[in-house]
Design a binder for this molecule. Structure first.
Ligand SMILES: N[C@@H](CCC[C@H](N)C(=O)O)C(=O)O
Length: 317
């Protein structure tokens, strides 16, 4: 089957995105595409929805399906808004229908979208995480990892384990690599695996590096950055409101607001189109191949933006 794919990124978290139908073997397509193009972190499928403007499904490079993808949702938001001629929309995801909207550009010429991140839960069984008989784990060391790093577990709704680390542990990624790898193999704590982020407060925000479940280290993970902003606010490391979050692929803004019984999260960042790719997909994989690639010209502007904004975080990249 010949398909037209858009190669897109949010903070350099990179995907092939396309309109599809239900009941195709997208897990296998994700595995095939990521073995052909090792730049990508997964695929985004835009489907018809009976309750929203569209439905998004996201598959990691290992073929596992995730309940949410913050960076991907911004790209889907752009596609759906441009397709339907609107500036706001609702996108159905695995666990919730989420509000998305076109935003003021983060910088000249950068297509920018804001997306709701929800539902949020600190209940360990929502990840799931199992540790002794705890029902939540917030800003406390996990002694089998380290007595110094405060970890928090949260689902938004995909699962995140977030550690607040000093600059030295942010620069040397081997500690994070070891534990993230361990938690994403057969283990006693996370039966479905977990996205693991190390967060370091910097001058005007936080820096977040994420090892994604089903992928490995990524340039950025949108849900992880938003969950990290929330944990940093709860821990008193940054004030509530708009948190500037740097990552190896760029910078986003995460709005965190909290009343007595409600937390609201919104992720704002780029939705950049890289190229239009014609792909021949055969289910056996034998004849699957890229037929043509037509580069688009948005990445030059994105690179300029990154050069301007990432001086503070360059020590970690
Ligand atoms: N990159 C995404 C998250 C993708 C899914 C994740 N690997 C999982 O399995 O939960 C993001 O931007 O949120």
């Amino acid at each position: 089957m010949e398909m037209t794919l858009l190669k897109v990124h949010g903070s350099m978290n990179t995907f092939y995105m396309f309109e599809g139908e239900e009941h195709e073997d997208y897990a296998q397509l994700a595995i095939q595409l990521s073995s052909i193009d090792q730049d990508i972190d997964g695929i985004l499928v835009i489907l018809p929805s009976t309750i929203a403007h569209a439905k998004m499904r996201v598959f990691n490079t290992d073929g596992s399906e995730a309940s949410m993808c913050g960076n991907g949702l911004r790209c889907v938001a752009r596609f759906v808004c441009e397709r339907d001629g609107v500036t706001e929309a609702v996108i159905e995801t695995m666990k919730a229908s989420l509000h998305v909207k076109k935003e003021e550009t983060l910088n000249d010429k950068i297509e920018t979208y804001a997306v709701e991140i929800s539902p949020i839960s600190f209940a360990l069984n929502s990840l799931p995480m199992s540790y002794l008989s705890n029902s939540e784990w917030l800003h406390k060391p996990l002694p089998f990892i380290s007595e110094e790093i405060p970890f928090s577990a949260v689902s938004v709704p995909n699962p995140h384990l977030i550690g607040i680390v000093p600059a030295a542990l942010q620069k040397d990624t081997s500690h994070q690599q070891k534990w993230a790898h361990y938690f994403n193999e057969e283990n006693n704590y996370f039966s479905d695996g977990v996205n693991v982020s190390y967060v370091t407060p910097i001058e005007n925000g936080i820096f977040v590096r994420t090892y994604e479940r089903g992928v490995g280290f990524t340039n950025a993970c949108g849900t992880a950055m938003t969950a990290s902003a929330l944990i940093s606010c709860l821990a008193g490391l940054v004030p509530y409101g708009d948190v500037t979050v740097y990552n190896p692929g760029g910078m986003v803004k995460c709005a965190v607001s909290k009343t007595e019984d409600t937390i609201r999260l919104q992720l704002t960042g780029n939705a950049t189109y890289l190229s239009v790719v014609k792909f021949n997909w055969s289910s056996s994989g034998e004849n699957s191949c890229i037929l043509s690639t037509e580069p688009l010209d948005e990445q030059t502007d994105y690179k300029e933006f990154i050069e301007q904004v990432t001086t503070l975080s360059s020590q970690f990249v």
